[in-house]
Ligand binder design. Sequence first.
Ligand code: GLU
Length: 432
Amino acid sequence: MLRFAPSPTGDMHIGNLRVALLNFILSKQLNEKLIVRIEDTDSQRNIKDKEKDILNILDLFAIDYVQVLFQSDNLKFHTKLGLDLLLDKKAFNCFCSSEAIEKDRQKAKQSKKPYRYGDFCLNISDEAKLQCNAPFAVRIKRPQKSIKFKDMIKGEFSFEPFDVDSFIILREDKTPTYNFACAIDDMISDISYVIRGEDHLSNTPKQIHIRDMLDYKKSINYIHLPMILDITTGKKMSKRDETSSVQNLLKLGYLPVSIANYLVLLGYNPPKEIFTIEEAISWFDISKISKSPAKFDIKKLGYINSMHIKDMDDMRLSKIIGYADSDIGKLAKLYLEECDTTQQIKSKIDMIFSSNKKDETLGQNLTIVQNIIKKAPYFEEFEEFKKYIQNESKLKGKEFFKTLRFVITGAHSGPNLSEIYPLIKKFIGEIV
Ligand code: GLU
């Protein structure tokens, strides 16, 4: 079983979507099921109904899963297994106040050392515990040996017991900490592969240690995806960054098929540049993703988007931009020379059909040509249409073409009118 485990604490960003897509591809390749686990135990940061947006995006990208689980549904197991570890003396009650811990943290910071728990409560006798009224958290004991695992992209890792540390698994209010909940959930769901961002790399030894202490024998294969940097700033793409929001990219007119194509391409050397997820399932090898950070380049995404728009069925494209005629789809494709999103194309086509084409510099010419077209007979060929309008208007050369282009497209540049005309001739009345 594989899992995609988003937190409902913010909008889906490209990093999350990349994790979801690669989980989907690997699940298909392995013929294993994929579940979605909503990690909703951080009640302070949860945003109401955010999981609905996340699931909508998964649907839009045709990422199939067999079930949606909520981490909060497993709380009873987290508490029970925390108690088991306590009774087995693999965990201990920690009465240290958060102020005391914070003091130690500051001390460590001042002496430029990483903070580690000072073992104050490690050896408190059961009698002393019984007499203690203070609230307590539950800490798991640090491992005896180093924790080793192999990441399928980055290779071998080994974490020393000191670095894994004796960490809290149940807080004072007995709610599980993130690592404890996640380690148990992966165990309960019989997860065999975990794909997630490399920001979780330091959580992995802790989660393995938790399962070791619970005597869970199955080992999980790990894939930590290198982070995504913004190619223009060289900085990590932040969750708050507009360009990294999937919703925003969709709004700008990047198609799901293009966004998916680009995210699978990040840090990968594919046999072809333009592909669908279905195709990628047959050749993608997750272990071949580059170890170094990937660079997000919106221009490259634009290029990929224009290639997918070009391949798209004309009628479908027309519908996406708000029309329902395959000639409009063909017309939209003419604009791929200058546009790379459906939104940009839509504004060009909407301008053609706009009843509000104004340009002072054209003066009277605009209405003259408009009126001629309104009264003109229907012309099958652009050449005949052009000749007729030119004769009637008596406009010459550049001035004529400039006016005619503006009357038809509402713009001063764009594809050749001779290419546009055959696609709009049946709408010419509406256009003028
Ligand atoms: N909920 C975590 C996140 O959104 C994912 C954790 C995991 O995949 O293990 O970053």
